[in-house]
Design a protein around this ligand. Structure first.
Ligand code: AMP
Length: 187
């Protein structure tokens, strides 16, 4: 089974993806994690994307599609993928469908975590204080939220039209959100 965890930045996608990996043996494919690893390694790609990420903008579709494509074999071997933070544009969603179709696979479900903007802003302020992630500063976060609303939220009708979109209340505790996601996956 391949799923997309969908939602604005700081909605809890990464937390829930890691739990699903531990409980279900699926493979988490987070483009944000891959890009941060490139920055940490000092690679050419890392140097190219650092300023873009720090200010909260999206990197190009070509970069993230290439990163995901390289990791799809792992997901095949591991019983399915949890796409976390990808796709974020319609071009990425179409590329993902094509890459999966070429492997005889598909997206089975898109789980949208719904969280109020005020709660997101509070969460990210706490995360910034605790972890100091550059793009969690208030100015960058505003840009990230803007990118989500302008470029990523328009994907919702794309997946709704395919009958794959399910909404989960992302405002509860980690456990409550986890059981709501599990209920959708076990249908
Ligand atoms: P995330 O950890 O998913 O919030 O991603 C952190 C940052 O990485 C984003 O703000 C973007 O700059 C970049 N990024 C991650 N995934 C994507 C994607 N699918 N498309 C474009 N940029 C991305």
């Amino acid at each position: 089974m391949n799923i997309i965890l969908f939602g604005p930045p700081a909605a809890g996608k990464g937390t829930q993806a890691k739990r699903l990996v531990a409980e279900r043996g699926m493979v988490q494919l987070s483009t944000g994690d891959m890009l941060r690893a490139s920055i940490a390694s000092g690679s050419e790609l890392g140097q190219e994307v650092k300023a873009i990420m720090d200010r909260g903008d999206l990197v190009t579709d070509a970069i993230v599609v290439r990163l995901i494509e390289a990791r799809l074999p792992e997901a095949d071997a591991g019983g399915g993928a949890i796409f976390d933070g990808f796709p974020r544009t319609l071009a990425q969603a179409e590329a993902l469908d094509a890459m999966l179709a070429a492997r005889g696979s598909q997206i089975d479900r898109v789980i949208r975590l719904k969280v109020d903007d005020t709660a997101l802003i509070e969460r990210v302020a706490t995360r910034f204080a605790e972890q100091g992630r550059a793009d969690d500063n208030p100015d960058s976060f505003k840009v990230r939220l803007g990118a989500y609303n302008a470029q990523t939220a328009p994907l919702l009708p794309y997946y709704e039209a395919q009958g794959k979109l399910v909404d989960v209340d992302g405002m509860g505790t980690i456990e409550a959100v986890a059981s709501a996601i599990n209920a959708q996956l076990d249908l």
